[in-house]
Design a binder for this molecule. Sequence first.
Ligand SMILES: *Cc1c(COP(=O)(O)O)cnc(C)c1O
Length: 468
Amino acid sequence: MKEQLKNDALQIDHILNMIKEQGSEYLKSIENRPTSIHQPFVAIQPELPASGYGTEEVLKIFNERFEPIMVGASGPRYWGFVTGGSTPASVAGDWLATIYDQNPQSVKGQGDISANIELETIQLLLNLLQLPKNFLGGFVTGATMSNFTCMAVARQWLGKEKGIDVAKDGLYQSLTVLGATPHSSSIKSLSLLGIGSNNMIRVKTEEGREAICIKDLEDHITKLNGEPFLLISSGGTVNTVDFDDFRAIKELKSKYNFWWHIDAAFGGFAACSDAYKHLVEGWEYADSITVDCHKWLNVPYESAVFLIKEQYKILQVETFQNSNAPYLGDPLEEFGYLNVLPENSRRLKALPAWFSIMAYGKRGYQYIIENNISLAKQFGELIENSNDFKLLAPVRLNTVCFTLRDDKKQEDVGRFLERLNDTGKVFMTPTFYRQHQGIRAAFVNWQTNENDFRLVFDIMNEIISELR
Ligand SMILES: *Cc1c(COP(=O)(O)O)cnc(C)c1O
């Protein structure tokens, strides 16, 4: 072991060069990488090496066993889930985050500079998303953790409104939550937070849509008789990318007492486009917002931010402080990330985002967002004009939700999708919407272009003729 470590340390140039070469080969040919593979389970190698192989040898083993079956998940035709790519600048920032290996915590004192980089990145993001500066933000692993973080502070707020300190005394009263079409990760957060995933009151959606019905929402609120509650609202639902009416919710907020959380994991990036920013108009009045960075910001996993109004900093610290650790400083006196979010130690997640935003700026992101939206709309048009497919919802932003045109062939949808994904040329994911088996294609990658959706549409037509 000692030998291998010593050897590796002497060879660090060589090791990094090997990785650099392999990495750039991969990235340069990513559009030819299969988007999924037919690999049965790779046998787990049970043996723990006694003295180790050294990095060069391990790279060979990795290249033999796993590399050939890595899929082009950050490539231009990976349209499953909502999967972003990685811009060149974000890859650079990500590599450096690993090399410098900082643990961003405190912004002053004898620490390091990494927490300042994180705070600066949050300011850049607020700017990019045209949000005011009065949000305290930080980086977590994904939108799931961001929803969790925001709703944990909401829980503390709700508790305080009812005279209990949930962080200290636990949740011994039920809390009221309203929502219409929350993402599954918000429901998961309710379960993690002890509020209970069954305890969300389901508000109706607007007719034929996924957006919350404002009238029904107000009816529910009136019935609550002044009871404070948490509203989970959506800035881009996953199936149809529908947005709640934020301006109307803002009006309600001036009349009633509630915590307003917006899950804008990917939809928030509509703010980057002059043509689509109306979709998020009014979102700056929310108490907390979730934004994913490993989706439309196109930085590598794992990256998302929570944005919580600064006025709730005390509640946030109450929720996340390390109060029994005097060596970590006074959480209210001195800002430290470890007292405002779930993790204590974290990597410098902000750096890839910082690199990418600095490298491409406002216009670069406007281009990425508008290009993806335009591709989704064009692909949607091909689908709508075809004899074999139809849209399940209008293409509102960057996601195309569709199915086979013939309703009698619903059982073929799964088979069709399997064949399509088996080509390895594109990857889409199944869904169920308005009593239909559906398929989703989400455009979130900076590299995707018109040739991609034309190629995919041709393949789709070939498969459908084979299925006939
Ligand atoms: C993707 C997504 C999430 C979950 O995000 P992760 O990054 O996978 O944790 C939550 N909400 C919405 C609207 C999403 O699209």
